[in-house]
Design a protein around this ligand. Structure first.
Ligand SMILES: *[C@@H]1O[C@H](CO)[C@@H](O)[C@H](O)[C@H]1NC(C)=O
Length: 454
């Protein structure tokens, strides 16, 4: 993660007065300048900032995004888009048809997290709600979905304002239930493309906040988000009272050995430098007060970028679990179920190179980064892959460069100064994050739509 230059951040709520004006935009002059279009038609930011703050203060949990979806669909209707609600749960889709040409889909997410906000912001959430399992939970937009929504709304407005400059169709999609990585598939299963009368989009784009400097974007071809599998394992003890270990299997010891062996597996598999991770999310054995433990369960989160590494991890888990079960003398064979939590997200090489060029021209070299500092996963690509559409997912900086600079000077980790995604302290700098997000989405759309050269 290489932070960009320090930006001076004026508190002016106009795209045209954005800090990015300090940056040189190299002019190639060969084709229509998309930068000129987005600068000319950028909407007023204060209503979008108000939308951001409202959504931030009224977060809703995954699968329960009723109010947020209503608010978003009203805004889209207000703009004059054709809106379809209730797709795959609370999903909202706005369509802007503007003559013949390519179809571009831009996506944001509606849901927030069961986290108690500790930012101390004047518009901090104090909300609680019941989750899908009936538990009362605090709720917070700790993953930036509020900023994604405000940026996408801004981009919809920009592209609407600029409709004389392009032809084609823009689809703005607000996906429910991203945090459980189920919403994108639910929208597809609910007949998303049939419902909006579009066979397939020519390109699909999304962005995600990241702990990089505000005013910057990070984009690269190829794998950008890890694949994630949930592996559920049940191992069995044998008949016999635990006070007679010579005649029984202590399944707690067996699963402990499995967990340690899995860490050796990770080390072995990642020796060539590839990313691999196995995280033990849960382990349970027995019931409090009961002196008979019939089985133990562990739940693993398995992550990788490389499909070959993913297979090595999954095969390795199976071998280790069966080996330890067999050594223990358990009569019943272990049960292993693997379910995909998130697919690998791999940016289309040509489209991401093209977009990187567009971003570099507009934001300047110092503000277009490559790094993907952490290993997040997402279900975004499920909107594109079933219809064979190319997609690009990039990261949008949100961190105060002054804090990043201080971390660098003090030699401390950025994570100690800038809260990460899903932290209760996560408080993105609103400007110029919002306008950068609007510009990035609009530029991506225009780079695919038909823009006649003037
Ligand atoms: C909405 O749908 C109608 C009917 O298909 C179409 O004529 C109109 O252009 C659409 N409006 C937008 C903004 O896409």
């Amino acid at each position: 993660m290489k932070p960009a230059q320090l930006l001076v951040l004026p508190l002016v709520l106009q795209c045209s007065a954005l800090a990015l004006d300090n940056i040189q935009f190299p002019i190639t002059g060969s084709c229509m300048d998309l930068g000129a279009v987005v600068r000319k038609y950028c909407p007023e930011l204060s209503p979008l900032e108000a939308l951001y703050k409202h959504v931030h203060q009224h977060p809703e949990l995954s699968g329960r995004e009723l109010q947020t979806a209503s608010l978003i669909s009203e805004h889209l209707r207000g703009l004059g888009l054709n809106v379809t609600k209730g797709v795959g749960g609370h999903g909202v889709v706005g369509v802007l048809r503007n003559g013949d040409g390519p179809v571009v889909l831009l996506r944001a997410e509606l849901d927030a997290l069961p986290i108690q906000e500790l930012t101390g912001l004047p518009f901090a959430s104090t909300q609680f709600m019941e989750d899908s399992w009936g538990r009362r939970q605090p709720v917070m937009h700790a993953c930036g979905h509020d900023m994604h929504m405000a940026s996408l709304m801004g981009a919809a407005q920009l592209l609407l304002n600029a409709r004389s400059e392009w032809t084609g169709t823009v689809v703005v999609l607000f996906q429910p239930n991203e945090e459980h990585t189920g919403g994108a598939q639910a929208m597809i299963d609910d007949g998303l493309y049939e419902k909006i009368g579009i066979a397939y989009p020519d390109a699909v784009f999304a962005q995600h906040l990241m702990q990089t400097p505000t005013g910057s974007v990070s984009i690269k071809p190829g794998p950008v988000l890890v694949s994630a599998e949930t592996v559920r394992i049940r191992m069995f003890s044998s008949e016999g009272y635990i006070a007679n270990p010579q005649r029984s299997v202590d399944v707690s010891v067996v699963v402990s050995k499995v967990i340690l062996a899995l860490q050796e597996l990770v080390r072995e598999v990642s020796k060539g430098g590839s990313y691999a991770s196995i995280y033990t999310e849960e382990m349970h054995a027995g019931e409090p007060g009961a002196d008979w433990v019939s089985h133990a369960d562990i739940v693993l989160d398995v992550k990788a970028y490389d499909p070959a590494i993913r297979s090595q991890l999954l095969n390795g888990i199976k071998l280790i679990v069966e080996r330890e079960a067999s050594i223990s003398g358990a009569v019943r064979r272990p049960e292993i179920t693997v379910s995909e939590r998130a697919p690998l997200t791999t940016n289309n090489p040509d489209l991401s190179k093209q977009l990187r060029g567009v971003f570099t021209k507009f934001f300047g070299h110092g503000n277009v980064l490559e790094g993907v500092p952490t290993h997040p996963c997402e279900d975004f690509s499920r909107l594109a892959t079933p219809v064979g559409a190319p997609y690009v997912f990039w990261f949008l900086g949100r961190a105060d460069p002054r804090l990043l600079d201080r971390a660098r000077k003090d030699g401390v980790r950025f994570a100690d100064v800038i809260p990460i995604e899903h932290s209760p302290y996560n408080a993105p700098l609103i400007h110029p994050t919002l306008e950068t997000g609007i510009y990035a989405l609009s530029l991506a759309a225009l780079s695919v739509l038909t823009v006649p050269s003037s």
